[in-house]
Design a protein. Structure first.
Length: 326
Protein backbone atom coordinates (compact mmCIF):
# COMPACT_ATOMS: atom_id res chain seq x y z
CA UNK A 1 0.00 0.00 0.00
CA UNK A 2 2.81 2.43 0.88
CA UNK A 3 4.57 1.78 -2.43
CA UNK A 4 1.33 2.17 -4.39
CA UNK A 5 0.42 5.44 -2.67
CA UNK A 6 3.91 6.82 -3.40
CA UNK A 7 3.64 5.86 -7.08
CA UNK A 8 0.18 7.43 -7.36
CA UNK A 9 1.38 10.68 -5.84
CA UNK A 10 4.42 10.84 -8.10
CA UNK A 11 2.10 10.49 -11.09
CA UNK A 12 -0.17 13.22 -9.75
CA UNK A 13 2.83 15.45 -9.11
CA UNK A 14 3.99 15.00 -12.67
CA UNK A 15 0.57 15.97 -13.98
CA UNK A 16 0.40 19.06 -11.82
CA UNK A 17 3.93 20.12 -12.73
CA UNK A 18 2.98 20.02 -16.40
CA UNK A 19 -0.05 22.17 -15.63
CA UNK A 20 2.08 24.69 -13.76
CA UNK A 21 1.10 24.18 -10.11
CA UNK A 22 4.01 26.10 -8.56
CA UNK A 23 4.35 28.57 -5.70
CA UNK A 24 4.79 31.43 -8.17
CA UNK A 25 1.41 31.02 -9.87
CA UNK A 26 -0.69 29.25 -7.22
CA UNK A 27 -3.15 31.33 -5.22
CA UNK A 28 -3.17 31.37 -1.43
CA UNK A 29 -5.96 28.76 -1.28
CA UNK A 30 -3.84 25.97 -2.79
CA UNK A 31 -5.05 22.39 -2.64
CA UNK A 32 -2.91 19.75 -0.96
CA UNK A 33 -1.48 18.64 -4.28
CA UNK A 34 -0.77 22.22 -5.37
CA UNK A 35 0.99 22.82 -2.05
CA UNK A 36 3.16 19.74 -2.54
CA UNK A 37 4.10 20.52 -6.12
CA UNK A 38 4.87 24.16 -5.26
CA UNK A 39 8.20 22.83 -3.98
CA UNK A 40 9.41 22.49 -7.56
CA UNK A 41 10.45 26.13 -7.82
CA UNK A 42 9.96 27.56 -4.34
CA UNK A 43 10.19 25.78 -0.99
CA UNK A 44 7.36 27.17 1.19
CA UNK A 45 7.59 28.28 4.79
CA UNK A 46 6.15 25.90 7.35
CA UNK A 47 3.07 28.15 7.70
CA UNK A 48 2.05 27.19 4.14
CA UNK A 49 1.97 23.56 5.26
CA UNK A 50 -0.21 24.07 8.33
CA UNK A 51 -2.74 21.29 8.90
CA UNK A 52 -1.54 19.49 5.78
CA UNK A 53 -2.41 16.06 7.14
CA UNK A 54 -5.94 17.20 8.07
CA UNK A 55 -6.39 18.88 4.71
CA UNK A 56 -5.20 15.74 2.93
CA UNK A 57 -7.71 13.60 4.78
CA UNK A 58 -10.50 15.99 3.84
CA UNK A 59 -9.48 16.41 0.19
CA UNK A 60 -8.02 13.00 -0.63
CA UNK A 61 -9.74 10.69 1.85
CA UNK A 62 -6.61 9.76 3.80
CA UNK A 63 -3.90 11.64 5.73
CA UNK A 64 -0.37 12.15 4.51
CA UNK A 65 2.18 10.84 6.98
CA UNK A 66 5.41 11.60 5.09
CA UNK A 67 6.37 13.82 2.16
CA UNK A 68 9.53 13.33 0.09
CA UNK A 69 11.09 15.91 -2.21
CA UNK A 70 14.22 15.46 -4.29
CA UNK A 71 16.29 17.75 -6.49
CA UNK A 72 19.10 16.18 -8.46
CA UNK A 73 20.88 17.53 -11.55
CA UNK A 74 18.14 20.09 -11.95
CA UNK A 75 15.32 17.52 -11.86
CA UNK A 76 12.52 17.59 -9.27
CA UNK A 77 10.51 14.64 -7.99
CA UNK A 78 8.06 14.26 -5.13
CA UNK A 79 6.28 11.45 -3.36
CA UNK A 80 4.33 10.68 -0.22
CA UNK A 81 3.13 8.02 2.14
CA UNK A 82 -0.58 8.01 2.96
CA UNK A 83 -2.13 6.21 5.86
CA UNK A 84 -2.56 6.21 9.60
CA UNK A 85 -0.30 8.02 12.03
CA UNK A 86 3.33 6.92 11.93
CA UNK A 87 4.46 4.54 14.63
CA UNK A 88 7.82 3.08 15.53
CA UNK A 89 7.08 -0.41 16.82
CA UNK A 90 9.35 -3.42 16.88
CA UNK A 91 12.34 -1.84 18.61
CA UNK A 92 14.30 -4.21 20.86
CA UNK A 93 17.14 -3.56 23.26
CA UNK A 94 20.63 -4.74 22.38
CA UNK A 95 21.58 -8.06 23.90
CA UNK A 96 25.23 -7.10 24.03
CA UNK A 97 26.19 -8.86 20.81
CA UNK A 98 25.66 -6.21 18.15
CA UNK A 99 26.95 -3.00 19.75
CA UNK A 100 30.16 -2.28 21.63
CA UNK A 101 31.01 0.50 24.07
CA UNK A 102 34.61 1.66 23.56
CA UNK A 103 36.18 3.66 26.39
CA UNK A 104 39.47 5.48 26.90
CA UNK A 105 40.86 4.74 23.45
CA UNK A 106 40.12 7.96 21.57
CA UNK A 107 39.21 11.63 21.96
CA UNK A 108 35.66 10.56 22.90
CA UNK A 109 34.25 7.35 24.31
CA UNK A 110 31.96 5.91 21.66
CA UNK A 111 29.37 3.35 20.65
CA UNK A 112 30.40 1.03 17.83
CA UNK A 113 28.62 -1.26 15.39
CA UNK A 114 30.58 -3.61 13.15
CA UNK A 115 28.88 -5.32 10.20
CA UNK A 116 27.89 -8.97 10.44
CA UNK A 117 30.82 -11.12 9.28
CA UNK A 118 33.20 -8.24 9.98
CA UNK A 119 36.62 -8.81 8.40
CA UNK A 120 39.41 -6.40 9.49
CA UNK A 121 41.20 -7.11 6.21
CA UNK A 122 38.38 -5.43 4.26
CA UNK A 123 37.53 -1.74 3.90
CA UNK A 124 34.07 -0.63 5.02
CA UNK A 125 31.93 2.46 4.59
CA UNK A 126 31.45 4.32 7.87
CA UNK A 127 28.61 6.34 9.37
CA UNK A 128 29.62 8.97 11.93
CA UNK A 129 26.55 9.73 14.07
CA UNK A 130 26.25 12.77 16.36
CA UNK A 131 23.70 12.29 19.13
CA UNK A 132 21.29 14.79 20.65
CA UNK A 133 21.51 16.73 23.89
CA UNK A 134 19.80 14.05 25.98
CA UNK A 135 22.48 11.43 25.29
CA UNK A 136 25.40 13.35 26.77
CA UNK A 137 27.23 11.78 29.70
CA UNK A 138 29.61 8.95 30.51
CA UNK A 139 27.72 5.93 29.20
CA UNK A 140 27.77 5.55 25.40
CA UNK A 141 25.25 2.70 25.60
CA UNK A 142 22.45 5.27 25.95
CA UNK A 143 23.07 6.30 22.33
CA UNK A 144 21.73 2.89 21.23
CA UNK A 145 18.19 4.27 21.51
CA UNK A 146 18.80 6.67 18.64
CA UNK A 147 20.09 7.14 15.12
CA UNK A 148 21.30 4.22 12.98
CA UNK A 149 21.33 2.02 16.09
CA UNK A 150 17.52 2.21 16.11
CA UNK A 151 17.52 0.54 12.71
CA UNK A 152 20.07 -2.09 13.76
CA UNK A 153 18.16 -2.95 16.93
CA UNK A 154 14.99 -3.48 14.94
CA UNK A 155 16.75 -6.56 13.58
CA UNK A 156 18.38 -5.08 10.48
CA UNK A 157 21.98 -5.39 9.38
CA UNK A 158 24.14 -2.72 7.81
CA UNK A 159 27.20 -3.27 5.67
CA UNK A 160 28.80 -0.24 7.29
CA UNK A 161 30.72 0.55 10.44
CA UNK A 162 28.67 2.90 12.65
CA UNK A 163 30.45 5.07 15.20
CA UNK A 164 28.85 7.49 17.65
CA UNK A 165 31.12 9.56 19.93
CA UNK A 166 29.58 10.58 23.25
CA UNK A 167 29.81 14.16 24.41
CA UNK A 168 30.43 14.86 28.09
CA UNK A 169 27.41 15.96 30.11
CA UNK A 170 28.42 19.63 30.40
CA UNK A 171 29.38 20.06 26.74
CA UNK A 172 27.60 20.88 23.48
CA UNK A 173 28.63 20.01 19.92
CA UNK A 174 28.73 23.66 18.83
CA UNK A 175 28.04 25.99 21.79
CA UNK A 176 30.12 27.02 24.79
CA UNK A 177 28.76 27.26 28.35
CA UNK A 178 27.30 30.70 27.57
CA UNK A 179 25.47 29.45 24.50
CA UNK A 180 27.76 31.14 21.97
CA UNK A 181 29.24 29.38 18.93
CA UNK A 182 32.30 27.37 19.91
CA UNK A 183 34.71 25.40 17.72
CA UNK A 184 36.31 23.28 20.45
CA UNK A 185 34.17 20.18 19.98
CA UNK A 186 34.47 20.40 16.20
CA UNK A 187 38.25 20.40 16.62
CA UNK A 188 37.95 17.34 18.85
CA UNK A 189 35.71 15.62 16.28
CA UNK A 190 38.37 16.15 13.64
CA UNK A 191 40.88 14.41 15.90
CA UNK A 192 38.38 11.67 16.70
CA UNK A 193 37.63 11.01 13.06
CA UNK A 194 41.33 10.68 12.32
CA UNK A 195 41.63 8.20 15.19
CA UNK A 196 38.69 6.15 13.87
CA UNK A 197 40.30 5.95 10.45
CA UNK A 198 43.38 4.47 12.08
CA UNK A 199 41.54 2.16 14.49
CA UNK A 200 39.11 0.64 12.01
CA UNK A 201 39.30 -0.39 8.31
CA UNK A 202 37.39 2.63 6.99
CA UNK A 203 36.96 3.33 3.28
CA UNK A 204 38.00 7.00 3.20
CA UNK A 205 35.88 7.67 0.15
CA UNK A 206 32.71 6.41 1.84
CA UNK A 207 32.43 8.25 5.15
CA UNK A 208 28.90 9.50 5.87
CA UNK A 209 27.84 12.06 8.46
CA UNK A 210 24.50 12.28 10.23
CA UNK A 211 23.07 13.68 13.45
CA UNK A 212 19.83 14.59 15.18
CA UNK A 213 18.74 17.75 16.98
CA UNK A 214 21.90 19.13 18.68
CA UNK A 215 23.81 16.52 16.68
CA UNK A 216 22.07 17.70 13.52
CA UNK A 217 23.38 21.17 14.18
CA UNK A 218 26.79 19.70 14.87
CA UNK A 219 26.58 17.79 11.59
CA UNK A 220 25.94 20.99 9.63
CA UNK A 221 28.94 22.62 11.29
CA UNK A 222 31.29 19.64 10.93
CA UNK A 223 30.32 19.10 7.28
CA UNK A 224 31.02 22.77 6.53
CA UNK A 225 34.37 22.48 8.34
CA UNK A 226 35.34 19.28 6.43
CA UNK A 227 33.47 19.41 3.10
CA UNK A 228 35.97 17.16 1.34
CA UNK A 229 35.68 14.39 3.93
CA UNK A 230 32.07 13.24 3.78
CA UNK A 231 30.49 11.49 0.81
CA UNK A 232 26.96 12.38 1.98
CA UNK A 233 25.20 14.19 4.82
CA UNK A 234 21.86 13.48 6.53
CA UNK A 235 20.51 16.00 9.06
CA UNK A 236 17.50 15.19 11.25
CA UNK A 237 15.64 18.00 13.07
CA UNK A 238 18.81 20.10 13.21
CA UNK A 239 19.34 23.78 12.48
CA UNK A 240 22.02 25.69 10.62
CA UNK A 241 20.72 29.11 11.60
CA UNK A 242 19.99 31.39 14.56
CA UNK A 243 17.48 29.94 17.04
CA UNK A 244 14.51 32.17 16.17
CA UNK A 245 15.71 33.34 12.74
CA UNK A 246 15.70 30.42 10.28
CA UNK A 247 16.96 32.56 7.38
CA UNK A 248 19.90 33.93 9.42
CA UNK A 249 22.46 31.20 8.79
CA UNK A 250 25.23 30.47 11.27
CA UNK A 251 27.12 28.13 8.94
CA UNK A 252 28.31 28.69 5.39
CA UNK A 253 26.23 26.11 3.54
CA UNK A 254 27.85 27.20 0.27
CA UNK A 255 30.80 25.06 1.39
CA UNK A 256 28.60 21.98 0.89
CA UNK A 257 28.31 22.50 -2.86
CA UNK A 258 28.54 19.11 -4.53
CA UNK A 259 27.77 17.17 -1.30
CA UNK A 260 24.55 15.09 -1.41
CA UNK A 261 22.30 16.15 1.49
CA UNK A 262 19.10 14.70 2.97
CA UNK A 263 17.12 16.80 5.47
CA UNK A 264 14.39 15.32 7.72
CA UNK A 265 11.98 17.37 9.83
CA UNK A 266 8.63 17.01 11.56
CA UNK A 267 6.13 19.76 10.74
CA UNK A 268 4.87 19.53 14.32
CA UNK A 269 8.33 20.12 15.83
CA UNK A 270 8.12 22.68 18.64
CA UNK A 271 11.73 22.13 19.78
CA UNK A 272 13.50 22.96 16.52
CA UNK A 273 10.95 24.71 14.31
CA UNK A 274 10.45 23.06 10.91
CA UNK A 275 11.24 26.36 9.20
CA UNK A 276 14.89 25.63 10.06
CA UNK A 277 14.87 22.51 7.90
CA UNK A 278 12.98 24.27 5.13
CA UNK A 279 15.30 27.29 5.25
CA UNK A 280 18.38 25.07 5.01
CA UNK A 281 16.84 23.39 1.97
CA UNK A 282 16.20 26.79 0.36
CA UNK A 283 19.78 27.87 1.00
CA UNK A 284 21.25 24.68 -0.44
CA UNK A 285 19.03 24.99 -3.50
CA UNK A 286 20.20 28.56 -4.02
CA UNK A 287 23.87 27.74 -3.56
CA UNK A 288 23.88 24.51 -5.59
CA UNK A 289 20.84 24.33 -7.90
CA UNK A 290 22.25 21.32 -9.78
CA UNK A 291 23.27 19.48 -6.62
CA UNK A 292 21.56 16.53 -4.95
CA UNK A 293 19.16 17.48 -2.17
CA UNK A 294 16.46 15.39 -0.52
CA UNK A 295 13.88 16.71 1.93
CA UNK A 296 11.48 14.56 3.95
CA UNK A 297 8.72 16.19 6.01
CA UNK A 298 6.42 14.43 8.48
CA UNK A 299 3.12 16.34 8.84
CA UNK A 300 1.99 14.56 12.02
CA UNK A 301 5.37 14.23 13.77
CA UNK A 302 7.08 16.53 16.27
CA UNK A 303 10.72 16.64 17.32
CA UNK A 304 11.02 12.85 17.23
CA UNK A 305 11.32 12.76 13.43
CA UNK A 306 14.47 10.75 14.15
CA UNK A 307 12.28 7.77 15.10
CA UNK A 308 11.13 7.56 11.50
CA UNK A 309 14.13 8.90 9.58
CA UNK A 310 16.57 6.42 11.09
CA UNK A 311 14.29 3.40 10.78
CA UNK A 312 13.76 4.00 7.06
CA UNK A 313 15.88 1.60 5.01
CA UNK A 314 15.98 4.09 2.15
CA UNK A 315 18.34 6.32 4.15
CA UNK A 316 21.05 3.66 4.36
CA UNK A 317 20.65 2.60 0.74
CA UNK A 318 20.98 6.26 -0.25
CA UNK A 319 24.13 6.76 1.84
CA UNK A 320 25.81 3.72 0.32
CA UNK A 321 25.18 5.03 -3.20
CA UNK A 322 27.65 7.86 -2.68
CA UNK A 323 31.40 7.77 -3.06
CA UNK A 324 33.73 10.77 -2.89
CA UNK A 325 35.20 11.74 -6.23
CA UNK A 326 38.96 11.35 -6.59
Amino acid sequence: MRTLSRILLVALCAALLVSGGTAENAESGMTVMETITSFKNSIPDASALDNLAIRAKKELGMPIRALDFSWNAGKFTCGADYGSTLTNKGYVKDNGNRLQVIRDQAEFDYLLYLPDGYDPAKKYPMILFLHGIGERGDDPSVIADYGPFQYILKGHSLGMIVIAPQLEKENHWVDNAEGAEYDGQIDRLKIFLSQMREAWPVDDRRIYLTGLSMGGRGSWKLACAMPDTFAALAVVCGRASVWDQPENYVYDLARLKGMPVWIFHGLGDTTVAPDHGLAAARKLRAEDPEGELNLTLYPVVGHNSYDFAYTDSRLYAWLEEHILAD
